[in-house]
Design a protein around this ligand. Structure first.
Ligand code: FE2
Length: 367
């Protein structure tokens, strides 16, 4: 792939195709001091104020550096490489990391040790890559004082506040507004399926855990969805097309959202799962269709709850679990409050935060 100049035109030649680059595309990339902020790279002008009939009057090529002169009197220099890079990346997600499916055999996963300034170190990049591959990571030695989870979350991006507040304390309490705040076992579920949008990443930080039960469980919704797709195509079709209503009610709010249990993207690939059997309501459909839907929902529930797909581990003081709430289901085993204390703090962040951090570290370490 290369840049070619032909009189007053710039072309991109991909080997089997040669296309002219629109002069306006080049004009709006003007990078002079008075056109672009040096620090944040934001435009200091509105490109909509430029005449769209812009033309190039003269091009000088100085060893891969194009000096472009436009018919509105402006000129600037741009590297051929910059144009080539932008062209190559335009259809490519810079954080595109292939998901790796896992099941109960994946119990010896890598843990990342927290260290000061981790957020600007290469280990943070490795951690985020691992997060996107497997849908979760566990950090150890994360400080447990002064609601450190908030500082942690805000060092990656910004905390996403929900109806449970900026962060929530997962601890057994009297008259809870959610079963999370009891000592009961929690079967695999995704959080906040009734929210628009559903919080993307959940952070759970263990402050104390000196009971014998209360283990954390995780299931890869991607693995299970792909299994259903392979073995039960009819179920997959209905689970990825029927929208159910998810609802949350307490004294101050009524939250609702409709979604498929398996949500696909525009290319019909896996995008998200939602699963919370205490909160979901199927629509009234033709009896035969609902019949199939209920069978399909039973099957996905059976797989989500099966030991074949579940990993189980104990979070110790200082451990922080970061999980993809659009991909993974989480739960816990029951515990006995008379044995001691189990106290976790949780909060949410969005993919916007993890992606932004990953791109930044990629740029910083030239990866
Ligand atoms: Fe939860």
């Amino acid at each position: 792939m290369k840049i070619e100049i032909d009189s007053k035109k710039v072309f991109i030649n991909s080997g089997n195709n040669k296309e002219e680059i629109h002069p306006f595309w080049l004009r709006e990339r003007i990078n002079n001091e008075d056109a672009l902020d040096k620090g944040n790279q934001q435009r200091l002008f509105d490109p909509n104020s430029i005449n769209t009939n812009i033309d190039i009057e003269k091009i000088e090529n100085e060893d891969g550096l194009l000096n472009l002169f436009f018919n509105d009197g402006t000129n600037y220099k741009i590297k051929e490489d910059q144009i080539l890079n932008e062209y190559k990346l335009q259809n490519l997600d810079p954080i595109s990391i292939d998901k790796i499916k896992w099941d109960s055999n994946f119990n010896n996963f890598q843990k990342f040790k927290f260290e000061n300034d981790i957020f600007e170190k290469k280990i943070m990049y490795d951690l985020l890559v691992s997060f996107y591959k497997y849908g979760f990571v566990v950090l150890t030695n994360v400080p447990t004082e002064d609601n450190f989870i908030i500082k942690f979350a805000n060092s990656i991006g910004s905390v996403r506040r929900t109806n449970f507040g900026e962060f929530f304390n997962v601890r057994s309490v009297p008259n809870p507004n959610d079963l999370a705040y009891t000592s009961l076992a929690l079967s695999p579920h995704t959080d906040n399926p009734y929210r628009k949008p559903v919080p993307c990443v959940q952070l759970l930080h263990c402050i104390t855990n000196n009971v014998s039960g209360g283990n954390s469980t995780l299931v890869d919704g991607y693995t299970v969805s792909e299994k259903i797709k392979e073995d039960y195509p009819e179920y997959y079709e209905i689970l990825s097309s029927v929208k159910v209503k998810f609802k949350f009610i307490d004294n101050t709010v009524v939250l609702e959202d409709m979604s498929e249990l398996i949500k696909l993207d525009e290319k019909n690939n896996f995008k998200q799962v939602r699963f919370s059997p205490r909160l979901d309501y199927a629509p009234i459909l033709e009896k035969s269709k609902l019949d199939l839907f209920y069978k399909a929902r039973n099957k996905i529930s059976e797989l989500y709850n099966s030991d074949k797909y579940k990993v189980e581990f104990k979070l110790e003081t200082g451990d922080l679990l970061m999980m993809d709430n659009h991909r993974l289901l989480h739960g816990r085993t029951k515990y006995d409050v008379n044995e001691g204390d189990r106290y976790l703090q949780g909060c949410y962040i969005d993919f916007d935060s993890t992606e932004g951090k990953l791109r930044h570290l990629k740029r910083k370490f030239n990866l």
